[in-house]
Design a protein around this ligand. Structure first.
Ligand code: NAD
Length: 480
């Protein structure tokens, strides 16, 4: 099998060793073999990005537009094929794989436009005869570390703004899913970028992580992943000899409030989608369902009926609505939390069984816990699997308090037909994103994405707000 190589200084280069990328729907299927970078590779990538920096920083907005548009156009033209690769590698159903690839293409075309729209300010000085100009400049070399659950969209939403604003890039995708990042790098490698502007180093964070996080020539680090790794990233980046600008997008334990006056069908759809689609492996998954007394039993019954209709099977099979868990260790984690929930005294109302299918894969029936309190571990810790907890509350005020009683703050949702409660929740939910009568996992690409409290650190990603992270501001004074 050919080994897919790292991309450093405009060349495909063989790394130290390689690893197999296995399809979680079919463990007999190897998606490909991918190089794993060494410390030397990471250093070479940083050196190439540094050398390419000044010329790319001075490139015209039109040149950046052309490159980004070319990348986005190819991604969109190949969305079915790339979506298939994504679903085969990560395990989300094909429609979701194609949807994610489409989003990645749209992100590149969006940031093509942003490259030509970058602006500054010119102000009068408080002193006579002086001009003041505020301009935005690229940060320099940006290192990116990404997780496995959105293997195409997350690299896209970091790489596109970085290039649009004149930075150079070293990206390390999750070692579990190098295929999508490699396919993206392949497209980028043919888009007309000067050598060294974009570099891909695949492999393990434990091997190249320190180099990317502490190297003096890396100016900024954009990380998405778990809280535990995020803390290490922040400590290393700030403790480095040259301190880095850092952006962290991490976990969630997102609440979905369902009030007595909710439209039951909408609430059930929001809950099933938010908690179980994409196998619950979304940072925005709504794993805490906070339900008022009057609708609680009807909601639980209707959600259970809905769960019985979910088809857990091969991600590439027509009709599958929930694909496999991504790998053995995530499956172990899901099963561990199902056992913890039972031990804590919650009732496993439905599901939670390991499933066998035609092919050997990591299949798990979505699980619904009832009689859960917000103090239980299954209600406080991110499981990152298809496991939802129902917490019964007496009224809206209690629901709001429980929703905010968490260390996380990525997204929060409410299902209600009351304008009063919807408005109050939008104002008071301690989260970066709030949804009313919508699944809390769906977001647009042209607006900011991110959270607060333990979920996020640093400025927002995506949309026009990405400029905050990928540029630094200069204030210039002139006496003409
Ligand atoms: P993870 O933290 O295990 O890994 C993320 C990345 O960090 C991987 O590329 C990994 O190789 C790398 N890494 C690991 N150790 C490292 C080290 N010591 N130094 C540098 N890099 C290191 O996370 P994961 O399991 O890939 O992804 C799941 C997590 O990501 C969940 O917690 C989920 O909520 C979160 N996530 C958050 C968002 C968001 O935008 N908030 C989006 C998607 C996923």
């Amino acid at each position: 099998m050919t080994i897919h190589q790292n991309f450093i200084a405009g060349e495909w280069t063989s790394g130290g060793d390689a690893a197999k990328d296995i399809n979680p729907s079919d463990l007999a299927d190897t998606v490909g073999e991918y190089a794993r970078a060494s410390v030397k590779d990471a250093e070479a990538a940083i050196a190439a990005a540094k050398a390419a920096g000044p010329a790319w920083a001075r490139s015209t907005p039109q040149a950046r537009y052309d490159v980004l548009m070319k990348i986005g156009t190819e991604i969109l033209a190949r969305k079915d094929e790339l979506g298939r690769l994504l679903s085969r590698e990560e395990g989300k159903p094909l429609a979701d794989g194609i949807g994610e690839v489409t989003r990645a293409g749209q992100i590149f075309t969006f940031f093509a436009g942003e490259a030509v729209r970058l602006s500054g300010e010119k102000l009068a000085s408080t002193r006579p005869g002086i001009d003041v100009e505020i301009t935005r400049e690229p940060m320099g070399v940006v290192a990116m570390i990404t997780p496995w659950n959105f293997p195409m969209a997350i690299p896209a939403w970091k790489v596109a703004p970085a290039l649009a604003y004149g930075n150079t890039v070293v990206i390390k995708p999750a070692d579990l899913v190098p295929g999508c990042a490699w396919a993206l790098a392949d497209i980028i490698s043919r888009a007309g970028l000067p050598a060294g502007v974009f570099n891909l180093v695949m492999g393990r964070g434990s091997v190249v992580g320190d180099t990317l996080l502490t190297h003096r020539d890396v100016a900024a680090i954009s990380f998405t992943g778990s809280v535990a790794t995020g803390r290490k990233v922040a400590a290393a980046a700030v403790g480095a000899a040259v301190m880095k600008k850092v952006q962290l997008e991490m976990g969630g334990k997102n609440p979905l409030v369902v009030l007595d006056d909710a439209d039951l069908a909408i609430a059930v759809e929001c809950a099933a989608n938010g908690a179980f689609y994409q196998t619950g492996q979304r940072c925005t998954a709504s794993s805490r369902l906070i339900v008022t007394n009057g609708i609680h039993d009807r909601f639980v019954d209707a959600l259970t009926e809905k769960m019985k209709t979910l088809v857990v099977d091969d991600a590439l099979k027509a009709g599958t609505t929930v694909g496999p868990v991504v790998d053995q260790s995530q499956l172990d984690q899901d099963m561990k939390y199902i056992a913890i929930g039972k031990d804590e005294g919650a009732k496993l109302h439905w599901g939670g069984e390991r499933l066998n299918r035609d092919k050997q894969g990591f299949y798990l029936q979505p699980a619904l816990f009832t009689e859960v309190t917000n103090q239980m571990r299954i209600a406080r810790e991110e499981i990152f699997g298809p496991v939802a907890t129902v917490i019964r509350v007496k009224d809206y005020e209690e629901a709001k308090a429980v929703a905010n009683d968490t260390e996380f703050g990525l997204s929060a949702g409410i299902c209600t037909t009351s304008l009063k409660y919807a408005s109050d929740f939008k104002r008071n939910a301690e989260a970066g994103m709030v949804m009313v009568n919508l699944p809390i996992a769906g977001v647009d690409y042209h607006v900011p994405f991110g959270g607060r409290k333990g979920s996020s650190y640093g400025s927002r990603e995506q949309g026009r707000y990405a400029v905050e992270f990928y540029t630094t501001v200069k204030t210039a004074y002139t006496l003409p």
